[in-house]
Design a protein around this ligand. Structure first.
Ligand code: NAP
Length: 363
């Protein structure tokens, strides 16, 4: 059978219907949820949150820290993160315990930075209970750009770098087991198409737009997460999930024309606040039933990892995400691009060392 070269128009139409439906009705669908989402006890959890200086990630980090978790803000702007911690501490009620938050530098546009972050964290030999891959970009309307590692920037920031971080942190997640990897994904993955032979969309076979870059990177993340979820043995107790935060008023739209941004701000009824947008990630990170649900998906031979919707319910990723053949091709290609061997997961779970093309090992 000839290989698919793009998303079929029916899938594309279904994708848009899904996105518009969610945008119009997300508030009604989530009307049963409290805001902020009440959290179960988290004081024994250590959580890494990437991109926690802004938007959804900032809310996730703040709420986890205020509920007593040890939070690591993994950010590229460490000054902004330290200022936020100071602000949150100052807002604490008198006599309240100080927040247990720290900052570590991480730039997802550099795979060396990702590998160095993981090396530094693993060197502590401390348990990690939750990794929240939240940081992401959507450079709307901008021309195609490539990182210094040579990868299309949406693909690198939204998929490749979080994938490398997840793989390299497996030893610490194993120490913190039962533990979770939460990927802040998007319903835009419904519009995504990934050609594993052209992850950078620069072969000339498809025209690049920022929408193609963004939706493709989010679909690649669902596919990679689905294979990772299957590859991790049940005994490891590491669960992999993707979540949709909904349509949220954050800095993600910073590249939109000013007029569109103004309209965006005028429709707060439809658009979630960052606090509302943080609920699905916080739910996925802390709900006690999530482990059971993920185990059930593994046993049931379900082809995709858990996907939690903006209203904190189990949802089904796009039809394209279910293609097992493409999932495995994306998996292999991703491991090659991030510079780890194809048996990296199995080796790390067995406690063996894995060589990575990036980081101090390579310098
Ligand atoms: N907002 C929505 O409607 C929506 C919908 C679906 C999915 N999402 C997803 O939600 C996640 C959070 O986005 P948001 O809406 O909260 O956007 P945001 O306000 O723009 O926050 C994005 C965060 O990612 C960080 N980041 C960007 N590039 C980075 C890099 N190279 N290295 C490290 N950190 C980097 C940013 O840091 P700086 O401040 O230093 O730039 C910022 O802290 C993203 O994955 C996004 O795709 C958002």
């Amino acid at each position: 059978m000839a290989k698919k070269a793009a998303l079929g128009w029916m899938e594309w139409l279904r994708g848009w219907i899904h996105i518009i439906y969610e945008m119009l009705f997300q508030r009604i669908m989530a009307s049963n949820l409290e805001n902020p989402l009440p959290l179960p006890p988290v004081d024994d959890l250590t959580c890494i949150v990437t991109g926690s200086t802004s938007g959804i990630g900032r809310e996730i980090a703040r709420q986890l820290a205020e509920a007593g978790a040890h939070v690591v803000m993994a950010v590229r702007n460490t000054k902004a993160a330290n200022e936020l911690i100071q602000k949150w501490q100052n807002e604490r009620p008198e006599g309240g315990l100080p927040l247990n938050v720290e900052v570590m530098e991480l730039d997802l546009l550099s795979l060396d930075s990702v590998a160095r972050f993981a090396e530094a964290w693993n060197a502590r030999s401390a348990p990690l209970n939750v990794l929240i891959n939240n940081a992401g970009i959507f450079s709307i309307g901008e021309p195609q750009k490539f990182s210094k590692d040579g990868y299309e920037e949406h693909m690198q920031v939204n998929h490749l770098a979080p994938a490398l971080l997840s793989v390299l942190l497996l030893p610490s997640l194993l120490r913190g087991s039962p533990s979770r990897i939460i990927n802040v994904n998007s319903i835009m993955h419904y519009l995504g198409f990934v050609n594993p032979e052209d992850m950078n969309v620069n072969s000339g076979k498809r025209k690049y737009t920022s929408l193609v870059g963004y939706s493709g990177s989010k679909l690649a993340q669902v596919m990679f997460s689905s294979v990772l979820h299957k590859r991790l043995p049940a005994e490891a107790g590491i669960f992999v999930l993707c979540v949709s935060p909904g349509v949220v008023q954050t800095n993600v739209a910073r590249d939109l024309p000013k007029t569109v941004q103004a309209v965006y701000r005028l429709i707060p009824y439809f658009i979630f606040s960052p606090q509302e947008g943080s609920r699905s990630s916080l739910f996925a990170a802390t709900d006690p039933q999530i482990s059971e649900y993920c185990e059930w998906l593994k046993a049931d031979e379900w082809p995709v990892c858990a996907f939690i919707s903006q209203d904190c319910r189990p949802a089904n990723p796009s039809e394209e995400a279910h293609s097992i053949e493409t999932q495995y091709e994306v998996w292999e290609k991703t491991l090659e691009m991030i510079g780890v061997p194809s048996d990296a997961v199995e080796k790390l779970i067995e406690g063996e060392e894995v060589k990575c093309r990036y980081g101090a090992q390579h310098e």
